[in-house]
Design a protein. Structure first.
Lengths: 355, 355
DNA sequence: GTGAAAGCGCTAACAG
DNA sequence: CTGTTAGCGCTTTCAC
């Protein structure tokens, strides 16, 4: 920068002013500086700028797994929105590991980024201390531990309830849930009362409380209760992961065990794809014998055979709202208080369970 | 850091030595410093460290689109490998835009990251000047412009040729290619001679030259030539993008136009998914009437109906090799020279085109 | 409008 | 083995 100043015959401060587009600079000087920069091929050093300004123009995005299409799509939207606002994004996939998740959060202590967008998966209430700090933070999910930071609400509960209600209203009674969190059954009484569930969570505070799986399971339970459909715990099927292979295996086991069911609510779309494939291999008619509904509305779900009815959780809105919040916190210079930002969610009807 | 030094009764240099695990420090001193750090809750400031050390411990990964599962999976593998080696990753999705791609590359001028892993999509030969510089760089793809930097070879040509040969050997003669780059037909004579094709590219230097689409198209053409199967240009179908919707639309148009074909080679898996869906809607028997082969071996491809035969391009190896190379360049302090690092590729046989 | 100068927090010689 | 010190390259008061 000193070289540029010398070349242009001005001071480094003026070069800095020019680079930062500060007002009140004469046309002529701007011109001279621009020419000097071009002649020397000068480029600012971002490390130095970061140190001095205390900002990195970088966001950190922590998600569980990019291979899950939901998160890949979400990340893409967040990257695009961040780019639009002049921010780069350090993406950390925790590979579904609690240690990686905690490490990613802890690293914010050294301020490698100006703010953190966190989609927690494995954290427990006990880990929340790690999030203490004044740096900008947005949580993605639903009712997360009551953190004192903004969170973008994904309507896991409402979406799952809508999907389940749709199946019930189409005449199904034995609706299997794959990817479920069975421990939620114990909380059934409070299924539609999230506040109460929270109150209790301070005593047993497991991650099951607020994971997407738990919330969606709870939405399912609530819908059953609302419609007076009796619950058969056997119909809640846990899976190892949330990929096609898990959906496939789950349905296979269910069929083999002779468990009767006339609908499947898969807690995400890729699980549903596996379910579709397995049912088809076994010659089950969809939606005649078994209806199938997913969650996430991945683009490709409309190209499955049969095409998949699913819950659209409003991904694009979530991304935009999250970046908006984090950027405004950065500009304000501090973390905002607890606030719920809600994204819309709706059911998309296709062949696997028509309206 | 000064506070820690004071608290521990040592100099800042010793604290720095401790933090950087330098040798020759007494046990006792290490202990005292550790305690002081814990007491004060001190954490290093990465901006200051970056400025002084000239390194950021960050990599930049530039890819066309995270929504394409191939890139999401690749990114996941790269993130994991980078994490293992102590690096964070700034991910830039260019959203298939040339301007964004060029901007992402240009930003390396300010050294926000220690090295760049680039999967170029829209760049032309004329844009290569942007990549000049001594910073560590790895290109992902195949024979990219003859850059003077290491590149990890994706065997687009070989993979496509293998897929096509398989279809020919299974008796098919009218093999449609969806996602093709039709301008490659003109280069058919040199289809299997990449060097010659390169020589020529300096005159017309379009991106078509070295895009995955072009290379895969060329592999298809080469296989036809090898087997003496005549080429029908009508069978090369260009698509707007490479998603299911594009494959679906392409097959729809082909059927409507009465174009006869007994096999489909989709240039990636999601295109193939759309093709599968469309053929199924039209009651076409797969693989009886039409065989379908994809490219990428996305996990979910084995759960399609029918399951998809596809080319496995060795993603995991690509990720590992790319990070290995970039890290060793960073450690060496300069960009390495041109070198081809090859990842294995193989055909995976499933229902849509059994062996 | 423009310039001089004081650090941001840390690392790496170098001296002891 | 430990401490002193000189910057890394930039931004930002604060004079002029």
């Amino acid at each position: 920068m000193a070289d540029v100043a010398r070349e242009a015959g001005v001071s480094v401060a003026s070069v800095s002013n020019y680079l930062n587009k500060r007002p009140y600079m004469s046309e002529a000087m701007g011109e001279r500086i621009a020419r000097a920069i071009a002649r020397l091929g000068y480029q600012v050093n971002s490390s130095a700028r970061n140190l001095r300004s205390g900002r990195t123009k970088l966001l950190k995005l922590v998600i569980p797994d990019l291979r899950q299409m939901y998160f890949a799509d979400l990340a893409e939207d967040i990257l695009a929105e961040a780019r639009r606002r002049g921010y780069g994004v350090i993406v950390e996939s925790t590979s579904n590991s609690r240690d990686h998740e905690l490490a990613a959060i802890a690293s914010m202590g050294t301020r490698p980024a100006d703010g953190l967008i966190l989609s927690p998966l494995m954290m427990t209430r006990d880990d929340m201390g790690l999030l203490e700090g004044a740096y900008p933070l947005v949580m993605l999910g639903e009712r997360l531990f009551g953190m004192d930071a903004p969170h973008v609400l994904i309507r896991n509960h409402e979406g799952a309830a809508a999907a389940t209600s749709h199946l019930i209203e189409s005449g199904r009674r034995r609706i299997a849930v794959i990817g479920a969190v069975r421990s939620e059954i114990a909380r059934e009484g409070a299924a539609s009362d999230l506040t109460a569930a929270h109150g209790r969570s301070s005593t047993d505070g497991t991650r099951a409380e607020t994971s997407s799986g738990a919330l969606r399971t709870r939405g399912y339970l609530a819908a059953l209760a609302d419609h007076g459909v009796p619950l058969d715990p056997e119909l809640l099927v846990e899976t190892r992961g949330w990929n096609s292979v898990d959906g496939f295996d789950a349905i296979g086991r269910m069929c083999d065990s002779g468990l009767g069911f006339d609908a499947v609510f898969a807690l995400n779309d890729t699980l549903a794809w596996g379910a579709l494939r397995c049912l088809r291999e076994r010659g089950v008619d969809i939606p005649g014998e078994v209806r199938v509904v997913g969650f996430d509305d991945i683009d490709e779900s409309s190209y499955m055979v049969p095409s998949l009815t699913t819950v659209d959780p409003g991904r694009a809105d979530i991304a935009r709202l999250a970046v908006e919040s984090i950027v405004s916190q950065i500009e304000a210079g501090e973390r905002a208080g607890a606030a719920s930002i809600e994204a819309p969610c709706r059911l998309v009807f296709r062949e696997s369970s028509p309206r």
